[in-house]
Design a protein around this ligand. Structure first.
Ligand code: ZN
Length: 122
């Protein structure tokens, strides 16, 4: 069994916290996707999409500077395939309820309805 690629997975878009160019004060323009990744939260999988923005004045000096979401970068660094919140919940099950990996896997599949493999849990 492996992770199901579903079109029903919601997209979460990140954009820079800053909306105006610090040089010309014009609204920043959406430029390209910096990265996108799928992260599994205890509520299910989400596609995180981080957009890079830049100054709308293309010829303006410094317009090549890219603005991006700091929050998204923090998410990118912290989370791998699983959200920190889900990892914490798995750890809780493991240490406090002394559940085996198999029991945790069962809990994730049947109680949280996540489509993940036993290998991923381990
Ligand atoms: Zn500008």
């Amino acid at each position: 069994m492996h992770f199901t690629q579903s079109s029903k997975i919601p997209n979460i878009y990140y954009r820079p916290e800053q909306t105006l160019c610090p040089s010309c004060n014009l609204p920043l323009k959406r430029d390209h996707i910096l990265w996108h990744k799928q992260v599994i939260f205890s509520t299910g999988a989400k596609n995180l999409v981080n957009w890079a923005y830049r100054c709308p004045k293309i010829t303006y000096p410094g317009s090549k500077k890219i603005f991006k979401s700091l929050k998204a970068d923090a998410v990118h660094l912290k989370y791998r395939r699983f959200s920190r919140e889900l990892v914490a919940r798995i750890g809780y099950q493991h240490f406090w309820h002394h559940r085996t990996m198999y029991e945790i896997y069962d809990w994730l599949i049947n109680d949280l309805h996540l489509k993940i493999s036993a290998r991923e849990v381990a």
